[in-house]
Design a protein around this ligand. Structure first.
Ligand code: GDP
Ligand code: IMO
Ligand code: MG
Length: 419
């Protein structure tokens, strides 16, 4: 069966750990959007490995990991990621890592522009400053540089010249900065091209030959960072919802049987934007510390709050989720009382529809009894404390969706099957 896995909140739901787990029964793992704004953590032999661009299935032997056309690639970061995985003894070769010819390349001017825009805006987004937005903008403006362009020295020179002619004017005249030198970038990126060329391939034909294999699509970010359906403009620049798995890979000829939504047992968000259940109290700090809620990419502290079921219901619909995996249940272990947001209020009235603007809503909470027991070492659903099972079953009932697994720790084996 083919599976699409996406985040149901604002990212960092624990997708990396779950991909590493699910991919054992898959053959091909595909990233279809985003770039190195993502940070997907897997713990291998007690060591923290953070994937930014390479699918989180690479630690398993015999899997093919692919970076689809919908991804934007910072070649320097990808080369470093390949290097550090090899250092850990992980096999990374042209046999198990494939990069789409049509993926777009993040250039130095994209990273700089990301920072400049952010600085100039009154309403800041709090981006990861990795050049994601400007790179996707160039893709849509049809002046982007793709992998296929980067590995062709003549075409690369032509496209880089064209881009610098426009971008340098903006940098010099609008921002009063020094212009980029063609020669410097050309030289640096030609080295990257050489290093990455063996991995670059025509993925559509390649995938077609593998169409009977089992595919796993690894979503990055989360539903509410989606460019269309997220909390715009406080979103990322790609479609993070499950339907983009096809578009970002060219794999329209396979059937996706399973849509897995990963949800954290509470909510976090990095960067700016509305967050109805945010806790600006000591409790928020408790989640941050106990859950080690600091960005896997930027190290920024993540904002924390209670689980928001209104958001999850919306995410279930947007992604057609038919199975949920709940992560970080163990972080709730010490709480005497646990709240879940079961509705939104606006102007004193309970909202019946999902609001277009989350900044105006007030969460309506249900309070549940905590279990005050350690769950990290539990491996069977029936061994979970009654209150923990009640919490899980309340979520299932509210969302009318099965929770198939519950993750209770960062280690690989800290996972409980529920179905
Ligand atoms: P991703 O972006 O969705 O892959 O998530 P991140 O890797 O950015 O953040 C999730 C963090 O939580 C990582 O540090 C994981 O090691 C950790 N993690 C994942 N699942 C669990 C869990 O069930 N319990 C605990 N305590 N930590 C977890
Ligand atoms: P993973 O895959 C959490 C957030 C940034 C910012 C907004 C836009 O690890 O879950 P961008 O650099 O994409 O233009 O920033 O999106 N953001 C993430 N937040 N997890 C992520 O990825 C994120 N990728 C981007 O913090 O608010
Ligand atoms: Mg992350």
């Amino acid at each position: 069966m083919n599976t699409v896995l996406i985040g149901m909140q604002w990212g960092d739901e624990g997708k990396g750990k779950i991909i590493d787990f699910i991919c054992q029964s898959k053959d091909v793992i595909v990233r279809f959007q985003g770039g190195n704004n993502a940070g997907h953590t897997v713990i291998l032999n007690g060591k923290r490995i953070v994937f930014h661009l390479i699918p989180s299935g690479l630690l398993h032997k015999g899997k093919i990991c692919a970076i689809g056309n919908g991804v934007v690639i910072d070649p320097k970061v990808l080369i470093e990621e390949i290097g550090s995985l090899k250092k850990e003894g992980v096999e990374v070769s042209a046999n198990n890592l494939k990069i789409s010819l049509f993926s777009h390349v993040i250039m130095p001017y994209h990273r700089i522009m990301d920072g400049l825009r952010e600085k100039k805006r009154i309403q800041k987004i709090g981006t990861t400053m990795r050049g994601i937005g400007p790179c996707y903008s160039d893709k849509a403006s049809r002046c982007g540089i793709r992998m296929i362009d980067l590995i062709n020295p003549e075409i690369f020179a032509l496209k880089l010249k064209d881009n610098l002619a426009e971008k340098n004017e903006i940098f010099e005249k609008i921002y009063g900065l020094k212009a980029f030198t063609f020669g410097d970038i050309y030289k640096e990126y030609s080295e990257y091209a050489k290093a990455l060329k063996p991995y670059v391939c025509e993925l559509v034909d390649f995938f077609y030959k593998l169409r009977n294999k089992k595919f796993l699509f690894e979503g990055a970010q989360g539903t509410f960072l989606d460019i269309d359906f997220g909390t715009y403009p406080f979103v990322t620049s790609s479609s993070t919802v499950s339907s983009n798995a096809v578009l970002g890979s060219g794999l329209s000829f396979i059937k996706n049987g399973e849509m897995i939504g990963v949800a954290k047992a509470y909510t976090t968000r990095v960067g700016e934007g509305s967050f109805p259940t945010e806790l600006n109290s000591e409790l928020g700090g408790y989640f941050q510390n106990k859950g080690k809620e600091f960005g896997a990419t930027t190290g920024r502290p993540r904002r924390c709050g209670w689980l928001d079921l209104v958001l999850l219901k919306r995410a279930k619909i947007l992604n057609n989720v038919n199975k949920i995996i709940l992560t970080k249940l163990d972080i709730l272990d010490d709480l005497k009382e646990i709240k879940v947001c079961a509705a939104y209020k606006q102007n004193g009235k309970i909202l019946k529809e999902f609001p277009s603007d989350l900044s105006k809503v007030i969460p309506v909470y249900e309070t549940m009894k905590g279990w005050c027991k350690k769950t990290e070492n539990i491996r069977e659903y029936k061994s979970l404390p009654t209150e923990a099972r009640k919490y899980i079953e309340y979520i299932e009932k509210y969302l009318d969706c099965k929770i198939s697994y519950i993750s209770v720790g960062e280690m690989r084996d800290a996972i409980i099957k529920k179905l």
